[in-house]
Design a protein. Structure first.
Length: 135
């Protein structure tokens, strides 16, 4: 079996994308699973493809397991770790435009999730607000 996961695009506009992710674990967990595929986000009004995103805001609820949110690259780069049995929100765009992708070699612009300490019945619900970049 596999974890039961969903992704819901709430908004995918010219500048901002908001996406909700859920997981109900069967105990197998997720390891560097692509959650945000920038090539699948809407293009700009000039027809340019989205190449990367900045993380502007995060809302989460984790029951049982934690989640590492990572920039995808040859060696993924941790954006933040969401602790198990926690709820919270972080607003990075209130002071600056968001956390930019600082992944090095093999940087794709995508975002991956890795669950930590997962067991059967654990859940997460995560909403990301992303600022889109077109290079």
């Amino acid at each position: 079996m596999a974890d039961t996961v969903t992704s819901q695009t709430i908004q995918d506009g010219e500048r901002v994308a908001i996406i909700k992710f859920t997981n109900v674990s069967d105990g197998t967990g997720e390891s560097a699973v692509k959650k945000v595929d920038v090539s699948a986000l809407a293009s700009s009004s000039q027809g340019k493809a989205c190449t990367s995103v900045k993380v502007a805001k995060i809302w989460w609820a984790c029951r049982g397991m934690g989640v590492n949110i990572e920039f995808d690259a040859s060696t993924n780069v941790l954006i933040t770790g969401l602790p198990s049995d926690s709820t919270g929100d972080e607003y990075y765009s209130d002071v600056f435009t968001g956390i930019p992708n600082n992944a090095g070699s093999g940087k794709t612009g995508d975002i991956d999730f890795t669950t930590v300490g997962h067991s059967s019945g654990d859940t997460y619900s995560i909403i990301l607000e992303l600022v889109k970049d077109y290079e």
